[in-house]
Every structure is written in C-alpha cells, then in structure tokens.
Design a binder for this molecule. Sequence first.
Ligand SMILES: [Mg+2]
Ligand SMILES: [Zn+2]
Length: 203
Amino acid sequence: MRLILDWDGTVTERDTLHMVIERFGDPGVFHAMEARIGRELTLNEVIEVEMATITAPFAEVLDWLLDVVTVRPGFAALAAEHAPLIVSAGFRDLILPVLERERITVDVVANSLEPDPSGWRSVFLEREACAVCGEPCKRVALAGGDSFIYVGDGFSDRCVSLVAGRVFARDGLARWLDQRGAAYERYDDLNDVRAALDARPSA
Ligand SMILES: [Mg+2]
Ligand SMILES: [Zn+2]
C-alpha cells in the first residue's frame, strides 16, 4: 500500500499556514474563520479568506518560514524507506522549499498561491465535491487508486482517513476518530510510523 502523508502538522511540527497567517496575516480573521470550517464554509473557502489577509512579499514570508519551520523527527528516514506521496490542503509554494531545505524528494499534491500586494490569492486544484463530506476533499483526490496507508493530524484528513487501509493519527484527527470509534494507530513523531510499518508491513 502506498504511504500518503498530510503536510501541515503531520510532516511539519506546526501548521505552516497558521504560522504565516499569525506572523504576516490577520490573526483575528484567522480565529474567526477557523470556527466556521465544516459548518457554514468549506475548508478551501476558509483558507482563501485567511490567505488573502497576507500582503507581504512572498520572498520575505518564505525566508521567515524556512528559518522557523521544523519537520517532525523521522521524516527523512520514512521518506527514504517508503517514498510517500504528500497530499496537502495547503500550497506547493510553501511546501517544496521546505522539502528542498531538508534535501528530500517526494511527490506533492497541493494547491498554489498567487502572492499579491493586495492580498495573496489561493488557486485550488480542481476537484469534484465529495459525495460524503461535500467538500473537494482528499478522499476525492485519492479515489480510484489502490488502497493506501494514511498519516494525518487535522480537519483535512478526516474524510479520507475513513477509507484508508491503515491510518496513523495524532492531535485533532485522533480525537475525531476516537469520537467515531474508528480504528487508528497513534503516532507522535514519524519514527513511530516507520517503526510500526517495519513491525507490521502492509502489502
Ligand atoms: Mg494537517
Ligand atoms: Zn470527503
């Protein structure tokens, strides 16, 4: 089974969108919008509004992010052994430079940014709305392929985690799966995931 990783809060120790919005955007908008995800607004709609509060030059934001963002321990070894695919609700523009810094090459499925002094624009991958959650979610992104192992931490991982062959969860995703009584394996860092895959390989 192919290994699929969420990016923000899963590979990275902190959510990089939260980080850049806190530092360069409008944290007030951020906190107001987060409460509306999955209620009256889709995740993409919320991200779009939040990112539009950033007006700083892209290079300034990226330089700052590369100084402060950390990846979870075990990422390099997990990537080397399992050639994961990263599927993110965030942006390639903020993911690929971190991978380059870490000298790790993996495939990435994510949205793109058009930074603009009047507010950064989000350009989302075109995807149908999911029949289950109603959003253009990661379940749709991975539909039609083989069974997969999924590693996540948050809202964007909920729907897809219910169809994965095997799930690793932490933080909000783990709490959500607990509430539903759904099975998963808990991880803290990515060494935990690699050790579990070594101990019980999945076909
Ligand atoms: Mg996440
Ligand atoms: Zn869905």
